[in-house]
Design a protein around this ligand. Structure first.
Ligand SMILES: C[S@@+](CC[C@H](N)C(=O)[O-])C[C@H]1O[C@@H](n2cnc3c(N)ncnc32)[C@H](O)[C@@H]1O
Length: 229
């Protein structure tokens, strides 16, 4: 089975031989791909909801991989025992939910050496959480699927100071790697900010003015990054 570009981008960040936990597996496509492609010996696939876990189970059975992929019901990292996996994939969820998952079972989070994260929204807040909690982004890329762009990053333990807050919104590694989609990604953001600035410009309220100034600063910072590409 061919993975979609987003799922392929996630799978490509998994190191050969890793023991994987796919948290919030849903369909189970990533675990099956990792086993079939001989990237991982075993995978633990979890989900908080019985319905999605059942569909993953069915797919794993159909592929004849029940001896290699174990399915477990539970929230976040709860179904994972310390040191059981070295890499956890948490993908296709909001950034706030990913933060909750990383925060809720800190002893498990600390025992996992690498995370492959793909937030659907609030990636800036997720990056901030990572840098403020003795973790850092090791690598990052953008993936296009249909008309959407997705941010995918790998996270390891360690400290890194982020001096320019724009790097919470635009990952530092994307800039360093000269990601081929980065220019387009920033332009998209600039367009969205411009649209809100135009609306705010029509209002005279104090709140609107404050919001305008904050957004104008964000716009300028995004422009700075774009100019340096
Ligand atoms: C949109 S799907 C993403 C599936 C897959 N990871 C992907 O990237 O395509 C989100 C899945 O996460 C599960 N989920 C939501 N909150 C969760 C939590 N706290 N712990 C584990 N799974 C969760 C949902 O039941 C759902 O199956």
């Amino acid at each position: 089975m061919k993975l979609t570009p987003r799922l392929q981008g996630i799978a490509d960040f998994v190191q050969i031989g890793s023991n994987i936990g796919d948290i919030g597996t849903d369909h189970g496509y990533i675990p099956v791909y990792l086993i079939r492609e001989k990237i991982c010996p075993n995978v633990i696939a979890t989900d908080i909801n019985p319905g999605p876990l059942q569909s993953a189970k069915k797919y794993i059975e159909k592929c004849g991989l029940t001896d290699r992929i174990e399915t477990r019901l539970g929230s976040g990292l709860e179904p994972i025992k310390p040191k059981e996996v070295d890499t956890a994939i948490i993908a296709g969820m909001g950034g706030h939910l990913i933060i909750d998952i990383l925060r809720e079972n800190l002893n498990i989070t600390r025992s996992i050496s690498k995370f492959v994260l793909q937030p659907m929204v609030a990636s800036d807040e997720l990056r901030r959480f990572i840098y403020e909690n003795q973790m850092k982004i090791e690598d990052e890329k953008l993936v296009r699927e249909k008309d959407k762009m997705y941010e995918i990053f790998t996270v390891i333990h360690g400290r890194e100071e982020i001096k320019n807050p724009i790097h919470f919104e635009i990952g530092k590694r994307l800039i360093e790697n000269k990601d081929e989609l980065l220019g387009e990604f920033i332009l998209k953001k600039l367009k969205e900010v411009e649209k809100i600035l135009r609306i705010l410009n029509k209002s005279q309220s104090k709140e609107a003015l404050q919001r305008y100034e904050t957004l104008q600063e964000r716009y300028n910072n995004l422009m700075e990054v774009l100019k340096k590409l």
